[in-house]
Design a protein around this ligand. Structure first.
Ligand code: UD1
Length: 417
């Protein structure tokens, strides 16, 4: 249960390079199971969720090697198609192994996944989609068993564009007989990254990034080397760090188009964003203006994963911001901690009303989930005095070298484990 100890009020300068995207790396590592031959994944971030994924891969009998930024996985000798409950509980995205294992072995046995407590997070869409693909799904004594001789392509309409369900359908059907069509698929850039990885292994997936994805099943896939795309949520976090401290910072290794809804929010606060290729500079005014109403939506809407950090930004802006969380039911747990630091935020069901204050004050606060933890670090950067953020193991799930990067930008931050 480590802590970050942050001395607020320092101005930031310099540049930071954005890590590979956690939410791409996790499904792509799971996808190596469906590939069935050795793959090398570059730009893989050093995160506890990646450690958990590698543990699952090893438990299945995959040969896994890791060096700085690169993971190689050989899944040609999988010896098990079930995942232990302890491993399943470590993170939500362990559910993506369902589609990958069925693809590779015709069977998968697992329990419900764990992960950050930000809402109910059911898996009904995943299981309904598996059934549509001709997979038998049995749920007994807390275990889910999926099995079939060969996955059969089908047309699947999702009632909500779930990221995880879209990924599971792609993985289950990539080696199926026939064609699978996903209607109302998630359009997140991480879906595109997964499809590009699989296509470079010989898969035939078209339409990723749009609402209709077509997967023509292929007999087999082949080995590949692939680099994970940059993490748009981490980029948004460093932009927030610059914004709340009135600083000018260069952010390298970003895909600017992935950040469009986030950019427009920062621009409303008075920040200037200059983009040049895969780099950007954000320059913040001395006092931020409150952004307009923020509504979290599936991509290309404003990402729910940036909601907490934007709440921290709005808490020190001039004016009132309404923040409408439409994706998860329990994603305002950072609010009571921000209020401990002197923020003025009230929550009415799915809406937070943020009245900007002049200054936050350093306090001892608890990270309750990954992005809530990041929001508290952001708040600590601009708070008067010292902020201690507890339970930073949540932050370790998604941020590689956070303290080192902030230190190199001029922040006084120390990690205590
Ligand atoms: C992924 C991301 C997460 C992000 C989220 C939304 C990963 C590893 N995680 O999570 O960081 O916040 O997308 O962009 O990529 N739902 C159902 N039934 C289901 C599946 C989902 O009701 O079977 C609901 C969820 O409870 C939630 C909404 O759909 O309210 C969105 O969930 P989903 O898009 O599936 O998110 P994840 O894939 O879990």
């Amino acid at each position: 249960m480590g802590q970050y100890i942050i001395e607020g009020g320092k101005s930031l300068c310099g540049s930071v390079r954005i890590q590979g995207a956690k939410n791409s790396a996790l499904p792509i590592l799971a996808a190596t199971v469906a590939v069935g031959t050795p793959c090398v994944i570059h730009n893989c971030p050093d995160l506890s969720d990646i450690d958990a994924t590698l543990k699952i891969l090893r438990s299945l009998g995959c040969e896994v090697h890791r060096s700085v930024g690169t993971v190689s996985v050989d899944s040609s000798r999988i010896s098990l198609n079930s995942i232990d409950d302890v491993l399943m509980r470590e993170m939500r995205s362990s559910i993506i192994f369902l589609g990958a294992l069925v693809s590779a072995t015709g069977e998968a046995v697992m329990t419900a996944p764990g992960g950050c407590d930000i809402g109910l997070r059911p898996i009904d869409l995943h299981l309904a989609a598996m059934r549509k693909l001709g997979i038998r799904v049995a749920e007994r004594h807390g275990k889910i068993r999926c099995s079939c001789k060969r996955v059969r392509g089908n047309k699947i309409t999702l009632s909500f564009p779930s990221v995880g369900a879209t990924e599971n359908i792609i993985l289950a059907s990539v080696r199926a007989s026939g064609v699978t069509t996903i209607i109302n698929a998630a359009r997140e850039p991480e879906i595109v990254d997964l499809a590009m990885f699989l296509n470079s292994c010989g898969a035939r997936i078209s339409g990723a990034g749009e609402s209709v994805i077509v997967i023509e099943g292929v007999e087999r896939l082949h080995s590949v080397q692939y680099a994970i795309m940059p993490d748009r949520i981490v980029a948004g976090t460093y932009m927030s760090a610059a914004a709340v401290t009135g600083s000018s910072v260069i952010i390298e290794d970003v895909i600017p188009s992935h950040l469009a809804p986030v950019f427009s929010c920062f621009e409303q606060t008075g920040c200037r964003i200059e983009v040049s290729g895969n780099k950007l500079r954000i320059t913040a005014p001395k006092k931020l203006c409150a952004p307009d109403t923020i509504r979290t939506m599936p991509y290309p809407g404003f990402p729910t994963d940036c909601q907490a950090i934007m709440t921290a930004v709005a808490s020190v802006a001039d004016g009132v911001t309404l923040i409408n969380e439409n994706i998860f039911e329990n994603r305002f747990r950072h609010v009571s901690e921000l209020n401990r630091m002197g923020a003025d935020i009230r929550v009415y069901d799915k809406v937070a009303v943020v009245r900007g204050v002049d200054r936050l004050q350093g306090a001892c606060v608890d990270a309750t989930d990954l992005r809530a933890g990041a929001a508290l670090v952001i708040a600590g950067l601009c708070a008067e005095g010292v902020t201690t953020v507890n339970s930073i193991h949540y932050i370790d799930r998604g941020y590689d070298s956070l303290a080192e990067n902030l230190t190199s930008l001029g922040v006084s931050i120390r990690r205590k484990d």
